[in-house]
Design a protein around this ligand. Structure first.
Ligand code: PMP
Length: 432
């Protein structure tokens, strides 16, 4: 069947107007569809597993607001809790018991977290944890991995040089070289490289930060020995290990990636799911380390809207829903069915693909070889991905508009949604 023609007149009108009002027409770059090309879709509303655009088109949504919508968009229970909470005020700027409830929910679930500080975004969580790693150890250098995103703080805006451990150069104008001079970049899943960096910077590393499953270079699972090795070497060298679980947190398991892989870092950053669709980030870890944060200790970090009652309410309800029996089993089952269905359809149509999922996080590449790091991800067929993305939109499936993004499912995605998506994929793969 020919692809239905997608009417995007309203999306076009609104996005054209936005060009004059917002840089690039958006408030966060990937939304502009730069890497896939074509008209970005302007949303009107979201519900359950679906997004509805300004022209009234309906899509099965696998972006889920980039992760938060894990219990389904506009979940009735979350909405009801928010409606009740808003009557008591949307911001206190003073302690409230909801913060304790939320903190207990996090501490109870996440193995590394004994104490937690709430902030308002993943970026804020990561930049704060960076300061904390430095404050606690007295060292300035950090190790990150190419293709891992930790928000847009200056020190993190560094990509790796190819293969070798090099001092970082900034990725963006406006980032002073001094801010990234202490950022050392390594290749994901390459433990030897990390060992070499430690060797070359003896006693100078504050910590290692990574996505325990990479979702910002497409979807890349870690090798078990890689995570184990990082735990070992950081402990041996007196450096801190931080899992950036902004994306994986409460998504791949109730106790995050650290529970899934059985490796406990010293520090953890969280975001996305933890706010249930409202702006929340968090960082936490061993009490002894967290006591460095003001006013318990000397490391300054603050926030006018941090721990605000609406954000806490949405987060508490979301974590509560996810803790019910069968939640993660549902995510694993439907997402596995989805990714296998998509890859089978691709291969039937003669395309070379590699991909997988862990719980409700998935991805595949147009690539004949396995992908273990950003450098390998970058050898995938980006042009084909663009045509795949557009084709799926026309079939009523909304995927992340970049081959460097992971996909997300939710508790609201049904077997019918998955079957609809696989049928759509079959149609699109035939045309690529
Ligand atoms: N860390 C990771 C692993 C992320 O995926 C993201 C956002 N995609 C961030 C940090 C930054 O979070 P935010 O966009 O909420 O600032």
């Amino acid at each position: 069947a020919a692809a239905p023609v997608l009417n995007t007149a309203e999306s076009e009108r609104i996005f054209a107007e936005a060009q004059d009002l917002l840089p690039g027409g958006v408030n966060s770059p990937v939304r502009a569809f730069k890497s896939v090309g074509g008209q970005p879709i302007v949303f009107d509303k979201v519900k359950g597993a679906y997004a509805f655009d300004a022209d009234g088109n309906k899509y099965v949504d696998y972006v889920g607001s980039w992760g938060p919508a894990i219990v389904g968009h506009a979940n009735d229970e979350v909405n009801d809790a928010l409606k009740a909470a808003i009557e008591k005020g949307s911001s206190f700027g003073a302690p409230c018991e909801l913060e304790n409830t939320m903190a207990k929910a996090v501490i109870e679930r996440v193995p590394s977290v004994e104490m937690v500080r709430f902030v308002s975004s993943g970026t804020e969580a990561c930049l704060s944890v960076l300061r904390l790693m430095r404050a606690y150890t007295g060292n300035e250098k950090i190790i990150k991995f190419s293709g891992c995103y930790h928000g847009h703080a200056d020190s993190f805006l560094v990509q790796a040089g190819s293969g070798v451990a090099t001092l970082g150069l900034p990725d963006s104008p406006g980032v002073p070289a001094s801010a990234t001079a202490t950022t050392l970049c390594a290749t994901y899943n390459d433990l030897d490289e990390v060992k070499a960096i430690f060797e070359a910077n003896k006693g100078e590393i504050a910590g290692v930060i990574l996505e325990p499953v990479v979702g910002n270079s497409g979807f890349i699972p870690p090798k078990k020995e890689f995570l184990e090795g990082l735990r070992e070497i950081t402990a041996k060298e007196g450096a801190l290990l931080c899992f950036d679980e902004v994306m994986t947190g409460f998504r791949i398991a109730k106790g995050c990636a650290q529970e899934y892989f059985g490796i406990t870092p010293d520090l953890t950053t969280m975001g996305k799911v933890i706010g249930g669709g409202l702006p929340v980030g968090a960082y936490g870890g061993k009490k002894e380390i967290m006591q460095t944060v003001a006013p318990a200790g000397p490391m300054y970090q603050a926030g006018t809207l941090s721990g605000n009652p609406l954000a806490m309410t949405a987060g508490i309800k979301t974590l509560e829903i996810l803790a019910r029996p069968g939640a993660y089993e549902h995510l694993e089952r439907i997402t596995n069915k989805l990714i296998n269905g998509i890859m089978d359809a691709a291969r039937e149509a003669g395309h070379e693909v590699t991909g997988s999922n862990i719980s409700g996080m998935f991805g595949f590449y147009f690539n004949a070889n396995p992908v273990n790091n950003f450098e390998e991800a970058a050898t995938s067929d980006a042009e084909k991905f663009g045509r795949w993305h557009r084709g799926m939109l026309e079939q009523g499936v909304y995927l992340a508009p970049s081959m460097y993004e992971a996909g997300f499912t939710s508790l609201a995605h049904t077997d019918e949604d998955i079957e609809f998506t696989i049928a759509a994929a079959k149609e699109v793969f035939k045309t690529l």
